[in-house]
Design a protein around this ligand. Sequence first.
Ligand code: 4GX
Length: 236
Amino acid sequence: MNTSITGRAIAGGILSLSTVNIRDFAEEKRKGRVDDYPYGGGAGMVMQAEPVYRAICAVKAERPAARVIYLDPQGKVFDQEMARELSREEDLIFLCGHYEGIDERVLEEAVTDHVSIGDYVLTGGELPAMVMMDTIARLVPGVLNNEDSSVLESFEDHLLEYPQYTRPEVWNGKAVPEILLSGHHANVEAWRRQQSIRRTLERRPDLLEKAELTKKDRQYLEELPEEKLANPEDIC
Ligand code: 4GX
């Protein structure tokens, strides 16, 4: 988090980030151990309620209004819309579990949001928390400058981004699409829009349901499948 765009934002005081180690809130006699066997038996270990509770209380003493987000494969799946909503919060606490999870009672007591970053299982919540922090951070005003701006933001309009090209004009025998060199701004915009729509249809057709398409967009979209279906057999 201390490098690149988020690093610059932290150095500039736009964002701040701190961590607490739940082990530091372990009972004295357990010497930093915070896991124990699950009641009812079964494989693996469970994080105890009390150290987790103390850790959350210590953070909340400084940030009483903060939402407490538990990284949890059973949570609501994180997306750009949720990131936008969370970027409006002043403070966020990310609770990262390890092992088989955390004693349910402290979750009931302290967690405001259960969030999953996707349908796969990691060893702990730290990477999901970092994925969320990075995604949310770049939506906080002042974090991105003009150079890495997000005005024409992918996903916000439920379309994939158009392809990008930079110098040289010909690389490995491949030329940059001519329209991009034309200097005709309106034509470039129209071409990029079409590329976005084409890519979304080919790679993520599920996104198109939510996309807001103009009449022109729809017209282009309807012409696409015929063009695509006409080809595969002809190639060989
Ligand atoms: N999106 N993990 C949480 C501990 C755990 C185990 C069982 C509840 C039940 C994940 C994800 C994720 C790994 C974080 C297991 N918690 N978190 N951890 N996918 O896989 O958010």
